[in-house]
Write a protein that binds this ligand. Structure first.
Ligand code: AMP
Length: 417
């Protein structure tokens, strides 16, 4: 079965085509600048030069049409025709309290996702455009939705409630949802495989440290707490997001700087974090390079960034009354040995002994970076959110086939009676 995984944004769309028998990526790419006259489609197939096509792509339906044309292209394609795509899986950022697992798309699911537009105004409407675009191009093909928030729906009220009047929760669903759930789910399973122990016996802390960043406390296979909140702004210091701060700073800044609420919101989401403190970049590579050249602001940004991760790890050890392994993943977590070292050097009191040699190894495979006598293991596990979306979609489609086959055979045996 071939499954197309789509991550639709408001003006961009990423895709990966999987063969589910082998879990190989047959092709991947992205469409950028949707809605403009010079949109760019970039298409990659293993061992072949990247293809780049500039054309006018005014909406998501045209973008999907272009992707399908490319996937079935005589020279650059990997499929004979569109019927070689058996299902489509979409990443959806916000599933609110309505979705605690991935589901196949139907009218009721679409209605629920629409109801959540308020909670994720930048993301969910774009995902819906992606779903509608696939429907327009491949009307017979089943689609599934995989939510960033779903994995965290197991959090207990002590983790997900904010200490504010409860009417705000009952009326407006203001609570912690958490994000990067697909990644925390994927790497926690991989970590258990690597450790050779059942996930249901493990206390894990997973640190998804990319441009956006979050930590999760995963108790016996279920999310118990996570650092992002109602939106992805809360928690760790990130590339351009502030993470945790005193909420009183918002009205104070509005008054002192004569800013609007939207301007402060934009400041906290787009002009804070690593970028603000380093004054250089939101990209950790550039911050580390500047620090090595003696830039003091870059050093402060790097240390603050690591310190916040360390504090969250400490708090999750307390939340779960222990930890078996800490897992680093995503762009910074997988690639920056300097950051991992800075985080772990403050964790010796509960038994983390980092191995400098192992921490310096680069690999695309899961690996341990602590010494053999370390009481707590620290692992680096490359994440793969697209693969998890493809797997969930595959399983949902198989379940559906099975249900239909069982219903058919029940009907036949009733007719025979
Ligand atoms: P992601 O959001 O997971 O794609 O991660 C993006 C972030 O990973 C960017 O801020 C990059 O700077 C960071 N990154 C990628 N490679 C490295 C590296 N070798 N060292 C430090 N940061 C890196």
């Amino acid at each position: 079965m071939n499954i197309l995984v789509i991550n639709a944004g408001s003006s961009s769309l990423k895709y990966q085509l999987y063969n589910m028998e082998t879990e190989d990526v047959l092709a991947k790419g992205r469409v950028e600048r949707i809605g403009m006259d010079s949109s760019i489609l970039t298409h990659e197939v293993d061992n072949q030069p990247e293809v780049r096509e500039v054309s006018e792509i005014l909406d998501h339906t045209t973008a999907i049409k272009k992707v399908l044309d490319m996937l079935t292209h005589k020279k650059f394609g990997v499929l004979r025709n569109m019927s070689d795509i058996q299902a489509v899986g979409h990443r959806v950022v916000h599933g609110g309290e309505s979705f605690s697992r991935s589901v196949l798309v139907d009218q009721a699911v679409k209605l629920e996702i629409r109801k959540l537009f308020d909670l994720a105004p930048l993301h969910n409407p774009a995902h819906m455009m992606g779903i509608a675009a696939v429907e327009a191009n491949l009307p017979e093909v089943p689609q599934a939705v995989v939510f960033d928030t779903a994995f965290h729906q197991t959090m207990p009220p002590i983790s997900y409630l904010y200490a504010i009047p409860t009417v705000l929760y009952s009326k407006h669903k203001i609570r912690r949802y958490g994000f990067h759930g697909t990644s925390h789910d994927y790497v926690s399973k991989k970590a258990a495989d690597f450790l050779g122990r059942p996930l249901s016996e493990l206390k894990l802390i997973t640190c998804h440290i990319g441009n956006g960043a979050s930590c999760a406390a995963i108790l016996y296979g279920q999310s118990y707490d996570t650092s992002m909140g109602m939106t992805p702004l809360e928690g760790l210091m990130m590339g351009t997001r502030s993470g945790d701060l005193d909420p009183a700073i918002v009205p104070y800044t509005i008054n002192k700087e004569d800013l609007t609420l939207n301007e402060v919101n934009s400041m906290l989401n787009k002009h804070s974090g690593l970028l603000a403190i380093s004054g250089i970049s939101s990209d950790m590579r550039e911050v580390v390079d500047a620090m090595k050249e003696g830039n003091e602001k870059a050093k402060l940004a790097f240390e603050m960034y690591a310190y916040r991760i360390r504090k969250y790890i400490g708090s999750y050890v307390a939340a779960m009354d222990g930890v078996d392994a800490i897992v680093f993943t995503a762009g910074v977590g997988e690639n920056s040995d300097a950051l991992r070292k800075e985080v772990c050097q403050g964790l010796t009191f509960f038994g983390v002994q980092l191995s400098g040699e192992r921490n310096a190894v680069r690999s695309s495979e899961p690996r341990r970076i602590t010494s053999d006598d370390s009481k707590v293991s620290v692992l680096v596990v490359p994440t793969n959110e697209e693969l998890l979306i493809a797997r969930d979609t595959y399983n949902l489609v198989l379940e559906q086939h099975q249900t239909i086959t069982e219903a058919d055979s029940d009907e036949q045996s009733n007719e025979g009676e």
